[in-house]
Design a protein around this ligand. Structure first.
Ligand code: PLP
Length: 377
């Protein structure tokens, strides 16, 4: 059988083997409920505390500032809705027009309930600038939410600058760091954010688990009522196995972060050079400061959907945009936001390389693209 080349790591990543192995005992042997007072619950309780500490250390937070959730979507919902509903006086939210739907749809939901939301537009390079935020923010703004790095074009945002603007105006700052955590350095003290969303399956952890960092003292409504789990902020029996797996995966990614970044960036350079050497004209979206290996390419006059399916037939998995948008044949809201022309937008694909990819994978991707694009021209 032909080897599958997986180049859609922004959609999800392969589970780290050490994380997988660390999860097994919590499913088969130490399956006690961490909330119970007896001895059999002690180990899961300790594992929960250890995982919280490990994750907190990776992002320079305190353990009590880490709240486990079911993933990025839940963390984003909680940050947006929980802060809107926590303050009767400051009701306005500012976000960007090219956030993930988990943020955008949460914003639409609070708008339907009468909370004002304003949307910042990125530059053509995919950047949300501090002056743009400065021009929009007022003393009625409760929350600013801007993603750490865009999931379709990879642009890393000037989070510290944006956060500083929010704080000067007395607003909270949330960042959806789902694509960034485990791939670039993320330090909540350096950037100063009040809330940060993360999802384990984007950094080689299991699916269906994530966390929301909430800075100590931040006023936010609890996410779920019920038991006393997560300091009475998010009720529900904890998913110990997945939480342990997430902590191990994050720790492993952090320990190899610099090497991985260099390696993946070298694959990205090889891919772009390969396309140039094959004389394939392309536009690379997202500007100069992007996540390593997240490559948004536009081929004028080509059909991104058709390229995806042809690549699939050749055993190569890529994407046209965000994983969650793949059922939607319309031009993505991200490409619209950066005002990419329609001919380029329709011919756009996203390749997202990971540490599992090799130079041979990259050469095969270039070869496949060259073949497809030559045939369609
Ligand atoms: N935010 C961003 C930027 C994402 O890329 C994704 C997933 O693609 C999410 C949120 C949703 O995360 P999850 O799949 O864990 O719900």
């Amino acid at each position: 059988m032909k080897k599958l080349i997986y180049a859609d790591n922004a959609a999800t990543t392969r589970l780290n083997k050490a994380a997988f192995e660390a999860m097994i005992p919590w499913l088969l042997e130490e399956y006690g409920n961490a909330s119970q007072p007896y001895a059999f619950a002690r180990k899961p309780k300790n594992a929960l505390a250890e995982a919280r500490t490990t994750i907190a250390e990776c992002i320079n937070a305190l353990p009590e500032e880490i709240f486990f959730t079911s993933g990025g979507t839940e963390s984003d919902n909680w940050a947006i809705k929980g802060s809107a509903f926590a303050d009767d006086e400051k009701r306005a939210t500012i976000t960007s027009s090219f956030e993930h739907d988990a943020v955008l749809h949460s914003c639409k939901a609070i708008e339907r309930l009468g909370f004002p939301v304003a949307y910042l537009m990125p530059t053509a390079d995919g950047v949300i600038t501090a002056p743009a935020l400065n021009g929009m923010i007022s003393n009625t703004t409760r929350l600013v939410s801007v993603m750490y790095a865009n999931n379709e074009i990879g642009t890393i945002q000037p989070i510290k600058e944006l956060c500083d603007v929010a704080h000067v105006h007395g607003a909270l700052f949330h960042t959806d760091a789902v694509q960034a955590i485990g791939h670039v350095e993320v330090d909540v003290q350096k950037i100063g954010v009040d809330m940060l969303s993360a999802s384990a399956h984007k950094f080689n952890g299991p699916k269906g688990i994530g966390f929301l960092y909430i800075r100590k003292g931040t006023k936010i409504l609890r996410y779920a009522d019920g038991g006393a789990q997560e300091s009475v902020h998010r009720a529900g029996t904890e998913n110990i196995a997945s939480i342990v797996g997430m902590a191990i995966a994050l720790k492993e990614n952090f320990s190899r972060l610099k090497n991985n970044m260099l390696y993946i960036k070298s694959l990205e350079v090889r891919l772009l050079e390969g396309l140039r050497n094959a004389h394939i004209p392309f536009v690379c979206n997202g500007g100069n400061n992007t996540l390593p290996g997240l490559i948004s390419l536009s081929f004028s006059g080509a059909d991104g959907e058709a390229i995806l399916h042809r690549m699939d037939l050749m055993g190569i998995s890529i994407s046209t945009g965000s994983a969650c948008d793949s059922a939607n044949a319309e031009i993505s809201h991200v490409l619209k936001a950066i005002q990419l022309g329609e001919t380029l937008a329709k011919g756009t694909i996203r390749i997202s390389l990971g540490s599992n990819n090799t130079e041979e994978d990259v050469d095969s991707i270039v070869g496949a693209l060259a073949k497809i694009l030559r045939q369609t021209r």
